[in-house]
Design a protein around this ligand. Structure first.
Ligand SMILES: [Zn+2]
Length: 58
C-alpha cells in the first residue's frame, strides 16, 4: 500500500457526504492530557480524536 498526495481532490465526510475543504478541531483538556477532536464543518460530527495536533488518527 502506498500513500499518494492529492491536493486537487477534497475528502468527503463519511457522515453527511459533504466535501471537506477544511476540517475543524477543538482542543480538549482532561485528566489524561490534551486531546484534539476533529469534526466536519457541515454536520459537526466527529471525524477523529488525536493526542497530537494535525495527526488525525493518532
Ligand atoms: Zn459531515
Amino acid at each position: 500500500m502506498k500513500i499518494q498526495r492529492r491536493d486537487d481532490v477534497d475528502p468527503i465526510c463519511p457522515h453527511c457526504s459533504e466535501k471537506l475543504a477544511e476540517v475543524w478541531y477543538r482542543e480538549l483538556h482532561g485528566v489524561a492530557g490534551r486531546r484534539y477532536v476533529y469534526f466536519c464543518p457541515s454536520c459537526r460530527k466527529v471525524l477523529g480524536v488525536s493526542h497530537r495536533k494535525g495527526f488525525l488518527m493518532g
